[in-house]
Design a binder for this molecule. Structure first.
Ligand code: BG6
Length: 484
């Protein structure tokens, strides 16, 4: 099955922070892949902007290296990179001064779609927005793209929203949560709202509980300084896990359009109950084979920042009252896997008697890797000897079901950047959504500080602290094993 590539309109994209890590790893290789696929028109222009005094050729060299290093050139014809690089330019700008801005303004063609990607720390957002405005680059049609973290609490997020709102309308602001750009995350909506089968059962009457796990094997690596000020709660739960929770729990929007979808997500966030301290476990990873422990990684032997969180979350609305959601995420865990498991309730009455045992349907949606879906169905165990029941998986890997081309789908950043150019905000967070997520997160973090809580240690390569297992066990439930 070949996916259709619909070219976008010609555009000028300015990337601030164009020589930084995110640009080199994701944005530039992603743009190149879209160019290879024919989605980017030849008369588009990508302008790198950063502090460094490079000329355009030096920047092109940086782009070429990024493309080679981070996989941008897979399945691309020879010569395409040179063609792509001809569309790449560079201007050295000072975000807080005047250097470079007039030159940048002279290069941006106002008769095309203009997008400005702020791949820089949030402390520069205001300066960039202001200069885009004063150098007459921003008009009603321009778009700005901002990265997470969008603030570190409600106060800072509100201040950022206010700063951006001085020069840009909400319809021009694209707040990226790259999880929303993942193919299988969007598939959650397709599975829920494209099938008749699931939606009637998708509520507390039929669902016992839902688990959302985003497990990573990597540690904090070279990002210790940032991470130690954030922790798993700010780095993953407030945004990525919250988005997954919204998509799995929201009401069907009337249509697949930006505000209809985001209105429904916002209602979920606003219906979240405060989390009780005994419903949340924080962890910090210990050393592994040839790997230092968390505190060594972040160079602070007294760090109280969590690299793991497990929590029980409740949504107070008609659909979900009484069905807990268990969320779990952490670094240096046993396997890299992101998975959502919907555990249905027992059948109300077993006609097969107590000997048949307890059987439950479980729907597992694997977001990464090996994207797919499995539904456990109870059937009769074959053979003589009475009615013995057994649970068997109806297992579908999207790659197998849809063919090899399905593996060559755009990655999250590629898709999201193309959505910016198209002007489609469905997969971006709205300002009120981000603020609501912080309003729920803040008291949890404040509670930890007020109580002076220290995260529980866990072994590198494990499933997290044993307290997390005990937390769900108190409810008579167990976590799904973390495995690929
Ligand atoms: C980022 C976090 O937003 O998401 C990282 O800052 C995390 O800490 C990453 O590793 C996970 O993304 P993915 O796409 O690898 O699941």
């Amino acid at each position: 099955m070949v996916s259709r590539v619909i070219p976008v309109d010609p555009f000028d994209l300015v990337i601030f922070g164009a020589t930084g890590d995110l640009a080199r790893r994701k944005i530039l290789p992603g743009l190149f892949r879209r160019f290879c696929s024919g989605q980017i028109p030849r008369d588009s222009q990508i302008i790198g902007a950063a502090r460094g005094d490079h000329d355009a050729d030096e920047f092109r060299e940086i782009v070429a290296q990024a493309v080679h290093e981070f996989g941008g050139d897979r399945a691309c014809e020879d010569g395409t990179l040179e063609e792509f690089l001809q569309r790449v330019d560079y201007v050295a700008v000072d975000a807080r001064g005047d250097k470079g801005w007039s030159e940048l303004a002279s290069k941006v063609r106002k008769d095309l779609v203009n997008a400005f990607y702020f791949s820089v720390g949030p402390s520069l957002f205001g300066d960039l927005a202001e200069r885009l405005h004063s150098y007459d680059m921003a008009d009603d049609e321009s778009r700005i793209v901002v990265e997470k973290p969008f603030g570190r609490d409600l106060g800072t997020a509100k201040a950022l929203n206010k700063t951006l709102a001085k020069h840009f309308d909400e319809t021009q602001i694209y707040r990226i949560d790259h999880y929303l750009g993942k193919e299988t995350v969007q598939n959650l909506m397709a599975v829920r709202f494209g099938n008749m089968l699931f939606e009637p059962l998708w509520n507390s009457q039929y669902v016992d509980h839902i688990q959302i796990t985003v497990a990573e094997t990597v540690g904090v690596g070279g990002r210790g300084e940032y991470y130690d000020k954030s922790g798993a709660m700010r780095d993953m739960v407030q945004n990525h896990l919250m988005q997954l929770l919204c998509l799995i729990a929201m009401e069907p929007p009337a249509k697949f359009d930006p505000d209809a979808v985001r209105d429904e997500k916002l209602k979920v966030i606003r219906a979240l109950e405060p989390v009780m301290p005994h419903h949340i476990v924080r962890g910090q990873y210990g050393a592994g084979p040839d790997q230092p422990d968390y505190r060594t990684h972040v160079e602070d032997q007294s760090s109280k920042t969590e690299s793991f969180v497990a929590m029980r979350v409740e949504i107070s609305n008609w659909r979900w009252a009484g069905t807990p959601f268990y969320l779990r995420t952490g670094k240096r865990l046993k396997a890299r896997t992101s998975e959502i498991t919907v555990v249905f309730k027992d059948a109300p009455h077993s006609i097969f008697g107590a000997d048949a045992g307890r059987h439950r349907n479980e729907l597992r949606i694997r977001l990464q890797p090996n994207e797919g879906m499995t539904l456990d169905v109870t059937i009769k165990e074959p053979g003589p000897g009475g009615m013995r029941l057994v649970d068997v998986p109806l297992d579908m890997s999207f790659a197998e079901a849809l063919g090899p081309e399905s593996e060559d789908v755009p990655d999250a950043y590629e898709r999201l950047i193309m959505d910016v150019i198209r002007g489609n905000q469905t997969l971006f967070m709205r300002g009120d959504e981000v603020e609501a997520a912080w309003a729920w997160t803040d008291p949890i973090i404040e509670g930890w500080h007020a109580r002076g809580e220290v995260p529980k240690p866990y072994d590198s390569g494990s499933e997290g602290p044993t307290d997390a297992i005990a937390m769900i066990a108190r409810d008579g439930r167990i976590w799904r094993e973390i495995k690929r």
